[in-house]
Design a protein around this ligand. Structure first.
Ligand code: DGT
Ligand code: CA
Ligand code: CA
Ligand code: ZN
Length: 580
């Protein structure tokens, strides 16, 4: 099967990460060239595999050197330069570059002066107070690096992969396997299907009567770096990015039972098996059967298995043994939000924002394609360096949007405000009240004390010109821990002022966190699920936001944008009436 653009982007991303190490700078010319190429290819609708080098160079951002590397990859399955870089910088060493405070120059020094090759070496150097002796570092930066390691939960061999890195790889492999003629169905399972923030390994289940063909194809995929096991019905590989993927092939008859088993969680499975035993049944990865006669009661679909166990169906995102089985048994399990319930998107950028990458027209087209009833453009407000819009630009945009009347789609004019260090906001209150919708977010000062952050958030929440708080913690999973704040007072303030808390569907964010959603659900806080799209390809994040909401057991009634537009407008007005 042809190499997909997504696979090429993955390879280029790896090249970027390794080139930064080699050049000792993220600003180096070669790094920028590769990054520009990635941006261009992300917007490209043609298959690169079908283009020659000249046509590739025609894509915005793609230079001749990158084009020839892509061609080399397509022709030979590898790139000599990349192979050399991989040899020079093994995955354990590259992993160190993800630690905040460890730049490429520091990393090189650590290696040359202290022989640091992996996390264990680095920890030993920190314990021995050796880092502080390196040029440019001191006791303070040593402590900061130690804290980053602690907060990110990077523990040597059991390194976990952020969902944002694992998901595209899994989706790609699922698509590859689905393309095989003998494959009836494919599903990624395990922690990824439960939508965990970090993934140990990816587990893929394939329904097919021709296991060996599936195995053969799988271990030969271009993103495979190492084959750990290649069996008749199961194989394990390591991808070029260092992620393990297990694939198992089952017959169509066993598919449902296998999905239940390999989706887990383990604790959920153990409880299911106990329920089965109490009913004289046996549950394993092949079927649910009568423990005495062996007669199969259910196996083809997950739904049939839950039903035969006397349980309501439990969505994968809820299978954590946190009360869902008991709730499914007594009929009290919440009917959590589904993608179909969502009517609009209220956090949406265009290329008027410095970091936006699609035009207003293209973003409107994408929203219509998704069948949304309403959107609110929320380009960045002035205080965000480089990216933000002046008052005049905002007014110009408002006028322009007023003239657009796409059929079936209502366009609101909003903005994404920046919550300053002290909770202050962009523009003045009158100007803020001129928008139809506003989302206010933290984009700076991540390291303040929790009391200060709490007061900061509450101040922003108390502003009548703020309809919602965007990506509440500001975290980037696996890269930045996000602000620390006291959850209850913040949620309480949102509740009493009538301010929505966003569930941001960008995979690196998934913010609000599950803890916040569960607590807010209990308290009766209103949430809004948003994509924070900066490009037409980002609209798929709505499904990720929905899955995050499901993990918090959230029902559509508590989510603002499951409602028609007039309810959204009333929500904004009610807060303004209350506070002005
Ligand atoms: P991960 O990979 O660490 O992010 O987490 P999972 O949940 O994907 O765990 P993994 O890959 O070890 O196993 C996939 C699923 O297989 C797991 O969620 C439940 C099932 N499973 C694995 N080992 C056991 C076991 O010993 N007992 C039971 N009942 N289920 C298991
Ligand atoms: Ca797994
Ligand atoms: Ca596994
Ligand atoms: Zn945004």
């Amino acid at each position: 099967m042809a190499v997909s653009n997504q696979q090429i982007i993955a390879i280029l991303r790896e090249l970027v990460a390794l080139t930064i190490l080699e050049e000792e700078s993220a600003q180096a010319f070669r790094v920028r060239a590769l990054e520009n190429a990635i941006v261009g290819i992300e917007s490209e609708t043609r298959h690169l595999a079908e283009l020659d080098e000249k046509e590739m160079v025609g894509i915005k951002g793609v230079g001749t050197s990158t084009a020839s590397k892509i061609r080399e990859f397509l022709d030979t399955g590898s790139i000599k330069k990349l192979d050399a870089l991989r040899a020079a910088y093994p995955p354990d060493f590259v992993a160190l570059s993800r630690i905040p405070g460890v730049g490429p120059k520091t990393l090189k020094r650590m290696r040359s002066d202290l022989n640091i090759e992996n996390l264990d070496d680095l920890k030993a150097a920190i314990d021995g107070e050796k880092l502080r002796g390196l040029p440019g570092l001191g006791a303070k930066s040593e402590a900061k690096i130690a804290q980053s390691i602690e907060r990110l939960g990077l523990h040597g061999k059991d390194r976990r992969t952020p969902i944002a890195e694992a998901m595209p790889i899994a989706l790609d492999m699922v698509a590859e396997l689905r393309g095989l003629k003998t494959v009836e169905d494919v599903q990624y399972c395990g922690s990824l299907r439960r939508f965990s923030e970090t993934i140990g390994d990816v587990d893929i289940i394939v329904s097919s009567n021709d296991a060996s063909a599936v195995m053969e194809h799988f271990v030969g995929l271009p993103s495979v770096a190492d084959v750990i096991a290649h069996g008749e019905t199961k194989s394990s590989i390591i991808t070029t990015t260092g992620l393990q993927v297990d694939v198992r092939v089952v017959t169509p008859d066993e598919y449902g039972a296998a999905m239940v088993y390999f989706t887990g969680s383990k604790a959920h499975n153990i409880k299911l098996r106990q329920i089965a035993l109490s009913r004289g049944l046996l549950l394993n990865e092949y079927s649910l059967s009568d423990s005495e006669t062996g007669k199969v009661k259910a196996s083809k679909t997950e739904a049939s298995i839950y039903k035969a166990l006397g349980l309501a169906y439990i969505p994968p995102t809820m299978r954590e043994d946190s009360g869902e089985i008991e709730a499914a048994a007594d009929g009290s399990i919440p009917q959590v939000v589904q993608l179909d319930d969502i009517k609009g998107d209220l956090h949406f950028h265009s290329d008027w924002s410095g970091d936006g990458r699609s035009s207003i027209e293209d973003m409107i087209g994408a929203a219509r394609d998704r069948g949304l009833d309403y959107i609110s453009f929320t380009d960045h407000a002035i205080d965000l360096a480089i990216n933000g819009l002046t008052k005049d630009q905002m007014l110009e945009q408002r006028g322009l949007l007023k003239r657009k009347r796409p059929r079936g789609l209502t366009i609101l004019h909003g903005t994404e405000l920046n919550i300053g260090r002290d909770g202050s906001l962009d523009y003045d209150l009158d100007f803020r009240l001129g928008f139809d919708w506003t989302v206010a977010s933290v984009h700076s000062s991540f390291d303040l004390d929790p009391e200060v952050q709490t007061a900061r958030l509450i101040k922003a929440i108390s502003d009548p010109g703020v309809a919602a708080i965007g990506h509440l913690s500001g975290r980037m999973i696996g890269r930045r821990p996000g602000i620390q704040f006291e959850m209850e007072p913040v949620l309480e303030a949102a509740l009493v002022t009538g301010t929505a808390i966003e569930i941001n569907g960008a995979l690196p964010r998934l913010d609000a966190t599950v803890d916040v959603i569960r607590k807010g659900r209990e308290m009766g806080v209103t949430f809004v699920i948003s994509t924070d799209s900066h490009h037409v390809s980002n609209l798929r994040r709505m499904s990720y936001g929905v899955q995050q909401a499901q993990r918090g057991w959230l029902e559509p009634e508590q989510i603002l944008n499951t409602n028609p537009l007039d309810v959204v407008k009333k929500f904004v007005k009610a807060k303004r009436d209350l506070l002005t």
